[in-house]
Design a protein around this ligand. Structure first.
Ligand code: UGA
Length: 432
């Protein structure tokens, strides 16, 4: 099939490349000329394991193309995916849909034969209705169909998640579009993905409800971890104990710092905005947002306690600063609250992240990036494991750190408390 992905962010680029890998002809479009020129040279704008190889392979085969010409790309394709960003409007909970509507207008000027226009961007319920209305101002109803097809891939696991999804959700009541899209996704369905056809509005809500539910699960376990710390219980025992009940499920029950990233914080806020506009409150999600917002401060209080309230001049190392492993993404990472706070209290901070130096910390005098673990840790009083990168999991910190009484605060519970005790290392985890 001939596909066009508008927007080469996480969702657009990964889906486009994977669709090409499945044998389709795909044009990835972006208005950012520099980005498109780089992609043509297989220079990938994001850190995502396996993506570069797939881009190279499919670009070479001719199935994957990159373009800045939206009009021509739309004309050449049968299925158009809208994959632009829907960030939160500053100081509001509402999603900014300006990019969705502006590309919709461009698309509507270039429909001469039947096209399916798919919203893959995460958009509030009724956005599909509005997109349809905009297009119908220029195009006859028989020539287009607007469908919602949310994406559930995770950063860092994006290719695997795309190729082996649990489900494919297609929001349309039109038989013709449903048939074409079932065929497009048939390679994934034959590998076990469930195909779910719903109304367009239901598909839009499924995306928000999924992210909000997962954010709730994490917040639930994080709050239980706080309780475990008071009662001398290991949260990991509780996660296993409840997660093995199939009705609950074991995934997304790892306690840690506040959840972050470009999706959970943004999407929980946007869902609250939708609920508010519909005058149907979602009090649980509101509580989740508030609890998560407070979490960084709560962990900072614990750091102060661990350091006996003597933060000034303490050498603190952050291992990992991104919001999770296998990504270079800093959006809404808990480290963005923690590092400036500790810096303000007079700590001297080194950080190391496998995805490299971060501009976000450039303005702080006593926050320095070290390009290896040894330099980051050797003079440290306190090592904070903030992100669960694999390369941190088997470190012999006793050998690396020169200070005798250094402390580890393992915010991802990647180390065994027993082993640390045996090595006589002062160790603190989350929820234990
Ligand atoms: C999330 C969803 O998992 C994807 O299904 C969805 O497609 C995506 O948002 C999106 O809407 O585009 P992502 O933001 O890449 O994916 O990251 P997750 O792996 O879900 O992690 C989000 C946050 O939760 C991270 O800060 C992570 O560290 C935290 N987390 C996750 C925990 O603290 N504990 C867990 O058990 C799992």
């Amino acid at each position: 099939m001939k596909l066009c992905m508008i927007g080469t962010g996480y969702v657009g680029l990964v889906s486009g490349v994977c669709f090409a890998e499945l044998g389709n002809d795909v044009i990835c479009v972006d208005k950012d000329i520099a980005k498109i020129n780089k992609l043509k040279k297989s220079i990938i704008p994001i850190y995502e394991p396996g993506l570069e190889e797939l881009v190279k392979k499919n670009y070479k085969s001719g199935r994957l193309k990159f373009s800045t010409d939206l009009a021509e790309s739309v004309r050449k394709s049968n299925i158009i995916f809208i994959c632009v960003g829907t960030p939160t409007i500053k100081n509001k909970y509402e999603a900014d849909l300006s990019q969705v509507y502006s590309v919709t207008k461009e698309i509507s000027k270039n429909i001469k034969s039947f096209k399916i226009i798919i919203n893959k961007s995460t958009v509030p319920v009724t956005t599909g209705d509005k997109v349809e209305k905009i297009i119908s101002l220029k195009v006859k109803k028989q020539l287009f169909s607007v469908v919602s097809n949310p994406e559930f891939l995770r950063e860092g696991e994006a290719i695997r998640d795309f190729i082996y999804p649990d489900r494919v959700v297609i929001g349309t009541s039109e038989k013709k579009s449903n048939k074409i899209l079932k065929n497009l996704y048939s390679p994934l369905i034959s590998k076990g993905a469930k195909y779910i056809n719903t109304s367009r509005r239901a598909a839009e809500l499924i995306k928000y409800a999924s992210n909000a539910f997962l954010a709730t699960k994490i917040t639930f376990i994080n709050e239980l971890a706080n309780l475990c710390e008071k009662l001398d219980i290991n949260i990991e025992d509780v996660s296993i104990g409840i997660g093995t009940d199939n009705r609950i499920g074991s995934r997304f029950l790892r306690a840690g710092p506040a959840y972050g990233g470009s999706c959970f914080p943004k999407d929980t806020r946007a869902l609250i905005d939708t609920a508010k506009k519909s005058k149907s409150p979602l009090s649980i999600i509101n509580t989740v947002i508030n609890s998560n917002n407070k979490r960084s401060h709560l962990l900072l209080t614990r750091i102060a306690k661990i350091l006996k309230n003597k933060i000034k001049n303490k050498k603190i190392t952050f291992l990992g600063v991104t919001f999770k492993a296998n990504t270079d993404d800093m959006r809404e990472s808990a480290s963005l609250k923690m590092i400036p706070f500790l810096n303000k209290k007079g700590a001297i901070i080194n950080y190391y992240d496998p995805s490299g130096k971060k501009n976000e910390f450039e303005k702080y005098k006593n926050v320095k990036f070290k390009n290896n673990i040894k330099d980051a840790c050797e003079m440290s009083d306190l090592i904070i494991v903030h992100t669960e990168w694999n390369e941190f999991k088997l470190l012999d910190l006793k050998k690396i750190v020169k200070k005798r009484n250094f402390i580890i605060y393992d915010m991802r519970n990647i180390y065994s408390a027993e082993k640390m005790k045996k090595q006589k290392i002062k160790y603190f985890g989350i929820g234990k």
